[in-house]
Design a protein around this ligand. Structure first.
Ligand code: ARG
Length: 458
């Protein structure tokens, strides 16, 4: 009887420090259910090609189900000396049913782990996509609730032009939709079965890979065994999709943080989703949004780590690849939790309509509309831009609103100005007169809301 978990080749047990350093079961136990699914399909295939007797297959499937029950009850005893999730499951199976010793026929942990991760990721992406939709719906609900609220839109964080709050919120619905489509794209490329590639060069046994793919719901078989065991492109793609998603969530969080300051005062986040200060009794902090912003850092970091992990690897499988997992799980968890908590928080946000109205009432937000008005009178835009700029400077020097400039002074700037020019300073007219597709014209925003309602409830 050999002393080592690795069988006859080894005379001495691994050093404790090596075992502690190399084990992965403390984190890859997360793959257990998908590993078991892969093992069941592999076992059924082995029975089909005559490697397992019917009774052996029955025992293996029964044993794996027993292990699933233990997992559900949180009672599976993980053993770090067995290194990873795959060895743990197989060892426990074989302890229960000797036929378990035949399960690894024609299989290596190299194709086994690649299969488990791809299965896991496909499920994870489906969950992430549902969470993206949840947040989109929360944004949509908020947009509908405060459909009549106008706020300044900002460029360079300077007041630019008026927009509907709903238009601003729908911008994030658009970003999230692209994120969902990137995730779907990633799932499609993950949808390839590596099992049957063995350690690197397939198997001498007539493994029926197409059968296994069908059992596991994979759309395609990997076409090259070397690629199959060493490819982690799909992991990098997932990190990339999640990093961009996390960046979108971070930007949204930043908007909420700004809007909840005394300076903006556009929104109040409910007590249940804010925290106090241990020192300053008056404080109500948007910690949740700050953490949503802050957590994007680790998701971005994991993308860089996953690329760095791969860049120097010689073909094919190298143990370095074990390092892909903690980052992968962390990114998935982080993104999922952030989507769901933000969606929840949006239900507890109150818009301060007075503050929004005050901010949006700044007539300078419509200075561009005045330039457009001059264009309507035949003035070249560059000149119109200049003339309105003169009016802005004049108002500023007299410390009056641009709407308070007397007609005589307008005429001095340009004889083209007449009293009807000042009508552009009505917020309602300003927004309603925008015919361009995709603009914050209330009528068009309503159409967008109706479109999204259909898309999101699909
Ligand atoms: N825990 C390993 C991983 O995550 C499983 C594959 C190990 N394969 C091997 N030949 N040592 O990559």
């Amino acid at each position: 009887m050999s002393k080592s978990a690795w069988g006859g080749r080894f005379k001495a047990e691994a050093a404790q420090r090596l075992r502690d350093y190399t084990e992965s079961v403390s984190f890859d136990h997360e793959l257990a259910r998908h590993d078991i699914a892969g093992s069941k399909a592999h076992a059924k295939m082995l029975a089909r090609i005559g490697v397992l007797k019917a009774s052996e297959l029955r025992d293996i499937l029964k044993g794996l189900d027993e292990i699933l029950t233990l997992l559900d009850a949180g009672k599976f005893a993980w053993r770090t000396e067995l290194e990873d999730v795959h060895m743990n499951v197989e060892t426990e199976l074989t302890r229960r049913y000797p036929a378990g010793a035949k399960l690894h026929t024609g299989r290596s942990r190299n194709d086994q782990v690649a299969t488990a991760v791809r299965l896991w990721l496909k499920d994870q992406i489906a969950e992430n996509r549902r969470a993206v939709t949840t947040l989109q719906l929360a944004l949509h609900t908020w947009a509908e609730r405060d459909l009549d609220v106008v706020i300044p839109g900002y460029t360079h964080l300077q007041r630019a032009q008026p927009v509907l709050l709903a238009h601003h919120l729908l911008a994030y619905v658009e970003m999230l939709e692209r994120d969902a489509s990137r995730l779907a794209d990633c799932a499609e490329r993950a949808d390839v079965l590596p099992l049957g590639s063995g350690a690197i060069a397939g198997s001498t046994l007539p493994l029926d890979r197409a059968f296994v793919a069908k059992e596991l719901g994979f759309a395609r078989l990997s076409e090259n065994s070397m690629d199959a065991v060493s490819d982690r492109d799909f992991v990098v793609e997932y990190h990339a999709a999640c990093a961009l998603l996390a960046v979108h969530l971070s930007r949204f969080a930043e908007d909420l943080i700004l809007w909840s300051t005394a300076e903006f005062d556009f929104i109040r986040i409910g007590d249940a989703y804010t925290t106090g200060s241990s020192l300053m009794p008056q404080k109500k902090n948007p910690d949740l949004a700050e953490l949503a912003r802050g957590k994007s850092a680790r998701v971005i970091g994991h993308l860089v780590a996953s690329l760095t992990l791969l860049k120097g690897l010689p073909m094919t499988y190298n143990r370095d690849l074990q390092e892909d997992k903690e980052a992968l799980f962390d990114t998935a968890r982080t993104v999922q939790a952030t989507l769901l908590i933000l969606a929840e928080m949006l239900g507890d946000i109150m818009v301060n309509r007075d503050a929004c109205a005050r901010a949006a009432a700044d007539p300078l937000l419509l200075a561009t509309d005045l330039a457009d008005w001059l264009v309507g009178k035949g003035v070249p835009f560059r000149q119109a831009h200049h003339l309105v700029g003169e009016a802005v400077a004049l108002a500023e020097s007299r410390r009056i609103s641009i709407t308070e400039i007397p007609l005589a002074d307008w005429k001095k700037i340009s004889p083209v100005f007449d009293p009807s020019a000042l009508e552009v300073f009505s917020l309602q007219t300003g927004l309603a007169s925008r015919p361009t597709h995709g603009s914050p014209n209330p009528k068009l925003v309503k159409q967008q809301l109706a479109r999204w309602k259909k898309v999101l409830r699909r």
